[in-house]
Design a protein around this ligand. Structure first.
Ligand code: URA
Ligand code: CA
Length: 437
């Protein structure tokens, strides 16, 4: 097989066979095929697309390019959730104990990474004493006994994706549905998921800003999952404004605890139920999505989800008292209000710009080596569609300095007040193996 022939084949709009896709991914991982040829192929895929079979083959070839996590010593159907990333997204902290309380095993590998706020791992470390240093055996027995544990990421997973993603980044081929879908799905499958629930975000704070693109990506990933024997479903959700009210690590843990108590912001609860019911259904703990949702509401409202959260925290060395007294979490020394400059309705709270303001405060990492301040962040006092009076606080800034003039300017630029505005629809679509609903 010659790479140049395969590039030509795809350039001319033909299908690549399973063997050809494997040849390319293996050759690239082992440095036998150079970057310039893979760049040309990525551009050909960008223009000519791939069918569902080629997308599934590309996904599995990338899974097989490195190590995979074997979770077969953990009982039950392991359902993993993936979000394409947003601002103030606290769903994982709520969903993990919630679906565990419903009987679905949560064997979570979590990472740090860059962003407006830290990853799930950083947020959990806001809880005094909490740690993720478990051996592989401890991890498995924790999940088997308690149905929930979190461990740090390890192993050389999907090296082909790492190499290809870096190459796409510098060759203008990131924005390709088959390449994004196979990239995300390969990582989930390599991490040992039996079933996958996807939260595909759309809007200013999302990777997929355009809603039609988000729909296409969700459909592409659901098709891949179901083709390779991993039941997959997706929710398409709004990320034009941040989710919930809290943006920041300690603040988001507090918000998650409120949601686990049966309260918290309405949008956070709604999205947790939309994603959680798919997880419970795919995990085999309910016969329909409706039944799964009823079960989850019950667990939030009767305290069982909160109990599971405490058990999880205790199991990993943390102080479960935070669940009853969130003032035990790191608190920023300064609280500064952002007053509205006019009367009206909030018509825009641009998610990515608000995320950037939180990062400037110190809540997120700009580079791999940045140190996060877990205590700082933003609490939104209004959301899009809310009425506001001049002088009323739009946002409470939790800071480690009194000098937040630049953060205030960024927030004013991100927030718009108009004579009229309506709240955006949160859940924009549901994709199951049978198509979009
Ligand atoms: N996120 C990924 O993991 N891969 C992509 O290709 C794009 C976004
Ligand atoms: Ca939030």
């Amino acid at each position: 097989m010659r790479m140049v022939d395969l590039i030509e084949k795809k350039r001319d709009g033909h299908e690549l066979t399973t063997e050809e896709i494997r040849f390319i991914v293996e050759g690239y991982t082992n440095d036998k095929i150079p970057d310039y040829q893979v760049s040309a192929l990525a551009m050909a895929i960008f223009f000519q697309d791939m069918n569902d079979r080629e997308r599934a083959d590309l996904t599995m070839a990338m899974v097989e390019s490195g190590e995979t996590i074997d979770l077969s010593d953990i009982n039950g159907i392991k359902v993993d959730k993936h979000s394409t990333g947003g601002v103030g997204d606290t769903t994982t902290l709520v969903l993990a104990p919630l679906v565990a309380a419903a009987g679905v095993p949560v064997a979570k590998m979590s990472g740090r990474g860059l962003g407006h706020t830290g990853g799930t791992l950083d947020k959990l470390e806001a809880i005094p004493g909490f740690h993720i240093e478990l051996t592989r055996e401890e991890f498995a027995s924790r999940v088997n006994e308690s149905l929930i544990a979190v461990i740090g990421q390890s192993g050389n997973l999907t090296p082909a994706d790492k190499k290809l993603y870096a190459l796409r980044d510098v060759t203008a081929t990131v924005d390709s549905i088959p390449l994004i879908a196979s990239s995300i799905m390969s990582k989930k499958i390599a991490s040992g998921a039996d079933a996958i629930v996807l939260d595909v975000k759309t809007g200013a704070g999302a990777f997929m800003k355009d809603e039609e693109d988000a729909r296409k990506l969700a459909a592409a990933m659901v098709a891949i999952g179901n083709k390779v024997g991993r039941n997959t479903m997706a929710v398409i959700s709004d990320m034009s404004q941040p989710l919930g009210l809290a943006i920041g690590n300690s603040l988001e843990v507090q918000e998650a605890i409120e949601a686990l108590r049966g309260g918290g912001p309405d949008d956070l609860r709604e999205l947790c139920l939309a994603l959680g019911r798919q997880m419970v259904y795919l995990g085999g703990k309910a016969d329909s999505l409706e039944e799964a949702e009823e079960l989850l509401k019950e667990l939030l409202d009767n305290g069982k989800a909160l109990e599971k959260f405490k058990e999880f925290i205790r199991n990993q060395g943390g102080d479960p008292a935070v669940a009853d007294d969130t003032s035990l979490l790191p608190q920023a020394p300064y609280r500064i209000e952002l007053p509205a400059r006019e009367d009206g309705f909030v018509s825009r709270m641009t998610a990515d710009a608000i995320g950037t303001a939180a990062m400037v405060l110190g809540a997120g990492r700009a580079t791999k080596d940045s140190v996060i301040d877990l205590s700082v962040g933003l609490m939104l006092n209004k959301k899009v569609g809310d009425a506001v009076k001049k002088g009323e606080s739009l946002v409470t800034i939790h800071a480690n300095t009194e000098d937040v003039a630049d953060v205030m300017e960024k927030l004013y630029a991100a927030i718009e007040i108009a004579p009229q505005a309506e709240a955006p629809l949160l859940v924009r679509g549901i994709v199951t193996g049978n198509g979009e609903q």
